[in-house]
Each structure stands twice: as C-alpha cells, then as structure tokens.
Design a protein around this ligand. Structure first.
Ligand SMILES: [Zn+2]
Length: 477
C-alpha cells in the first residue's frame, strides 16, 4: 500500500498597520505616492538619525494581541536584525526577537470537522523595508523607500495547520479580526497583508516533523492554495524517490505554477540580532492593557447577534454581511438612512456580491455611498422605477456612485403607469400577435409571458409590469 502523507503548515503573516505615519519617523504611510516622496533621514537610514517610536503602533499591536488571545509582554524591547540588501538602507531592520510584544495566543477556525484552534507562537512589531523595482529600466534596479519604516506586525503561528483550506480559514479569520479592529485594511494584492508559508510533510502517524521549506511572494489566497498543493507534491516526490528535502526559502511563481529555490533558509543566528540601543524598552502597565481592552470595538460575533435582534434579519444574512467590517458598515449606514434593513441586505447579498465577484473586488474596494443605495431602495419601493431598471441604476451607483434620483430623472427611467400609453402599446402587441392570442385563449399561459415581454420591450423596460399584465388579461378576456 502506498504511504500516506500529512502536510504540516505554519504561517508567518505580516500585516501593515493603519497608522498615518511610519513607526520611527513622521513620514506618511500612504500607499501609491511618487517614489521616495514619503521619506526622511530616519527612514532612509542616514547616519546620525534617531528613531522615535510611534505609540499608535504599540496600541494596534496590543489590540491585535488581545483579540487573538495572546499574553502581552509588559516589558518589551526592540532588536536589530542585521542583513545587507538594497531595500534596507540601514543594513539592519528594527524588529523584536527576545521580547516580542505578544505571545501564546490562538484563533479558532471552522473546518470540515468542526472548530479548531490554531496557536499563535508570538507576534512582534517591526519596520517594513523599501521596495526594489526591477523592470522599469534595463539592467538596472531602482529602489523606492516610501515603504521603508511602515509599521508591521508579524504574527507567527505554530505548525498547526494541515491543509490549504485550514490555512485560508486561518488567514480569513486573522484578516477579519484585524479589519474589525481598524488596525489594517489587510489587502493582499497591495501587500498590506502578506503570508510566508512554512511547509513540511511526514508519514501519517509520525511524531517528528519533516524538513520544512518556506515559500514567499504569495499575494492572493489562490496563490497560497496553489503553492501549498505544489510544494506538498514536490516534497512527497522527493521522499518517494529516496531523496531529502532541503531546508530553504522558495519563491512560488503562480503563473508557472512552480516554485524555485531562492536561498538556503536562515536561522536567527545568521542575522546577528542584538538589542536596539537607540530605543528604550516599552513598559506596558496593567492600566494601559485595561484601557485598550475597554476600547476594543464590537467584534464580529457580537455584531452578528445584534443585527439579528436590532434589525430582525435572518442568521444567514447576518453572517454574510458581518464577514467583512466594510460590508457591515455599509449595511448599517444605509439602513440608518432608509430604515429598511432586509432590503439593504438583499441589495448587498445580491447585486453587490455579484458585481464584486465579476470585478474580482474585495469589500474594501467598494466605493459607492450608503446615501445613494438608500435613495435607490426608496425609489424602487415607491414604484418610481421598476425592478429591472433599479438593477441597471444600481450598476451606475456601484461603479460611479451616481445620485439615483438625478440619474433616473435625467435618463427618463421613471416607471410608466400612464394608463393611456400602456393601453395603446398593449393593444398594438395584441394586434400584431394573433398566434399568441389564439394560444392564450386555448389555455397556454406561456403565451401571455411572451406578449408581456414584447410590451415591456416596446416601453423600453420602463412599464409597470403589474399594470401590463392586468391590461393584457383585461383586453384578452
Ligand atoms: Zn521618514
């Protein structure tokens, strides 16, 4: 019988914190500025410049630590991690090794076999590196230090995950917690959330771990899943052929669906860590922890229960809407304006999700305003526009955030209730379709649908469908 293998996975997740300024200087953290415009002597590593710690970074890190059931390290320190690379102007990164801010936590994920705890070994604070740009000029690499000094937390899990599905569930849970805390937007494609995957395989029933590899450069859930499947296969093939897995860092190329070796994996000693002499230890009092705890916003499970009670929407709707804080915020803001929670839920779960899927968008990317969605719901409710026109107008709101009242007015989309105009059209359709009329009179209900369709088309989709059907029945009887 063929050997059975088990995949063992641990993750290192980097999350960029949502502070306005960098971790050790006052430069902006905003994404997308012209290269090297958000820089100063500190974050470009000029000799003689000194770091000053941004307090908000510590508070966000504490909030994440508490929400993931970690113990907060009440005297914590920064260390220097030394390495030479052009994206790192100081030739060291200020990070934490010996006394990271949080340790020994866990998050719970839902798996096919019930709830599972994924333990968190530790979480530390550190500064991000700059970005190398390789493809702008031939034979030359450029460097942009805008990202240098952007605050990060790195969350290191225990090797508790056994499949790509568990990894995705863990990442989604982390992302949900951090987004709810407002500590980061966690956009994988913009790099504000990044995951390195440590993976090894072992025969089922074995206690010891196999040799692991680390995979970097994973910027979507899809890439992470593919990389895990690909690396598992690669390692099993090596073992089956009697070869050894080499401990190394590998880069996953999602286009080629193949990973290749980058470098041998470093251990902590390779980085010659030592305590950062330019920063004092951070002393975190019990009162400070209590204050952060008291400030924790409503998390997902509390929100879910409140939505069911306060807005009387079904469990299913509440679950889908609270999956992301952004969606929940839109739901609440829109409901506050129009007072129709179930209708708001329907627009979000229906058309909004459909368009997001079509455009490959995350809830974070939604741009339309609750005011315009609320107006649209009122227009449809009042019978000013019919439901198919409402869907078209929603697309305009989704992409361009148009004011639906103005848009409907300017484009003449109001539902036609005018008895005279409708009657005229219906009479014409009946006169032009003797076969359908005969079919209907012979008992074929379907024929009515066909004539309705023709009438709606003749009225450019704006007729009141209820009235059209009424008139058809009346004139045909
Ligand atoms: Zn700076």
């Amino acid at each position: 019988m063929a050997k059975q293998y088990e995949t063992v996975i641990g993750l290192e997740v980097h999350i960029e914190l949502a502070t306005k300024t960098k971790i050790f200087c006052g430069c902006s953290t905003e994404f997308g500025g012209a290269p090297n415009t958000h820089t100063c002597p500190v974050c470009t590593g000029m000799p003689g410049s000194l770091p000053v710690l941004n307090k908000q970074v510590v508070e966000y890190a504490m909030a994440i630590g508490l929400a993931t059931n970690c113990k907060i390290t009440q005297v914590c320190k920064f260390d220097r991690k030394n390495y030479f690379y052009p994206d790192n102007p100081q030739n060291y990164q200020i990070s934490q090794l010996y006394l990271p801010i949080a340790r020994d936590g866990y998050v719970e994920i839902e798996t096919g076999r019930g709830t599972k705890k994924v333990r968190i070994h530790e979480m530390h604070m550190e500064e991000d590196a700059g970005k190398l740009i390789h493809d702008e000029w031939d034979d030359t690499s450029l460097v942009d230090y805008n990202r240098s000094g952007v605050p990060l937390v790195e969350i290191v899990s225990e090797p508790d995950m056994r499949s790509a599905d568990e990894v995705i569930a863990y990442l989604e849970k982390l992302r949900m917690i951090v987004q709810y805390l407002g500590a980061s937007d966690c956009k994988l494609q913009e790099g504000s959330m990044r995951a390195d995957v440590n993976l090894s395989v072992r025969e089922v029933g074995t206690e010891t771990f196999g040799t692991r590899t680390e995979m970097k450069n994973l910027n979507s859930f899809k890439a992470i899943s593919h990389a895990i499947e690909g690396e598992r296969e690669r390692q099993i093939e090596l073992l089956e052929a009697g070869k050894e897995v080499v401990q190394e860092t590998r880069r996953w190329d999602d286009n080629k669906e193949h990973s290749y070796a980058m470098r041998s994996k470093e251990d902590a000693q390779d980085y010659r860590y030592f305590p950062e002499p330019d920063l004092v230890p951070i002393v975190i009092s019990d009162e400070w922890i209590a204050r952060i705890k008291a400030q924790q916003p409503e998390l997902r499970s509390e929100k879910l229960e409140r939505y069911k009670k306060e807005f009387d929407i079904p469990q299913y709707d509440a679950e889908i809407i609270t999956e992301s804080k952004r969606m929940a915020d839109i739901f609440e803001a829109t409901t506050a304006i129009c007072g129709k929670p179930k209708k708001v839920a329907n627009w979000l779960m229906g058309e909004t999700f459909r368009l997001m899927k079509e455009q490959d968008m995350e809830p974070q990317d939604l741009k339309f305003s609750p005011e315009n969605l609320a107006k649209l719901i009122d227009l449809a409710d009042a019978g000013t526009i019919n439901s198919s026109v409402a869907k078209d107008v929603f697309e305009k709101i989704f992409f361009e955030d148009v004011d639906p009242e103005k848009y409907v007015e300017e484009n003449g989309l109001k539902m036609v209730n005018d008895e005279g105009a409708l009657r005229e059209t219906v009479e014409r359709v009946i006169a032009e379709n003797p076969q359908a009329v005969a079919d209907f009179k012979g008992g074929k209900e379907k024929a009515l649908g066909a004539m309705m369709g023709q009438t709606m088309r003749a009225m450019k989709g704006k007729a009141n469908p209820g009235k059209v059907q009424e008139l058809l029945r009346e004139l045909l009887s």
